[in-house]
Design a protein around this ligand. Structure first.
Ligand code: NI
Ligand code: MN
Length: 228
């Protein structure tokens, strides 16, 4: 059993097992670095960490076309059901977990904001721990560094996906501390390079991770699946 993670640019990731496929925070059409066409995405689940445009822009079109289940905070999920007629939604809140067809899914804390594009309140910003194909994958979502990431680390994380872009989220330095606390086997960078203010030297980041943590950094290539 293995799971494939594919970085589609910014904080958009595809997670695929033999039987199930998920997309996290789809932002493709208006994403200046993404090349994967939103209308070619085929998924069963759309997971949203929060309501900001750069995490939800293609969520409704993908969920509706694929008849996928959209999973998000209760507020964000309800907004998609009401404003975009998404038929299948699952609202969660921080700390809650649920058994899904692909495995257990837990919503974790994130320190960030979450307002929807029309000004609606999006509830709390969040992250996810996804259990799929025998692996535990942590998507922190947009967040500052916080020490309770140690508790997530205690779950036994195989792969952590952390923002490193700075300005709106934690930057490279804080992501090293987060990685030390998470003690995952692998860590992947997210939420960088989309626009000049969040450009980072990712090779240097990977070097720092490998020098200062017991975790292996992986630098993803756009649209190229990484198998775990
Ligand atoms: Ni955000
Ligand atoms: Mn963001």
């Amino acid at each position: 059993m293995s799971v494939k993670l594919t970085w589609l640019g910014h904080a958009t990731w595809m997670v695929e097992s033999e039987k199930h496929s998920l997309i996290i925070d789809p932002f493709l059409t208006e994403n200046p670095v993404a090349t994967y066409p939103a209308d070619e995405v085929k998924v069963d689940f759309v997971l949203l960490t929060h309501g900001h445009f750069d995490h939800i822009a293609d969520a409704a079109s993908i969920a509706n076309r694929c008849q996928a289940t959209l999973v998000a905070s209760y507020e964000v999920a309800t907004w998609f059901a009401e404003k975009h007629s998404v038929a299948n939604t699952l609202g969660m809140n921080i700390g809650g977990a649920v058994s899904m067809p692909f495995g257990r899914l837990k919503m974790t804390h994130a320190i960030h904001s979450s307002q929807l594009p029309d000004g609606s309140y999006g509830g709390p910003a969040a992250g996810f721990v996804i259990e799929i194909a025998g692996k535990r994958i942590y998507f922190s979502g947009d967040t500052a560094l916080y020490s309770d990431m140690q508790l997530t680390g205690r779950m036994g994380i195989d792969v952590a996906v952390l923002p490193v872009g700075d300005l709106f989220t934690m930057g490279p330095e804080d992501s090293i501390q987060a990685t030390q606390w998470l003690q995952s086997k692998y860590v992947l960078p997210s939420h960088h390079g989309t626009w000049p203010p969040i450009e980072q030297d990712i090779a240097a980041w990977a070097q720092q991770v490998n020098a200062h943590t017991s975790t292996q950094a992986i630098v993803p290539v756009l649209n190229k699946p990484i198998e775990f």
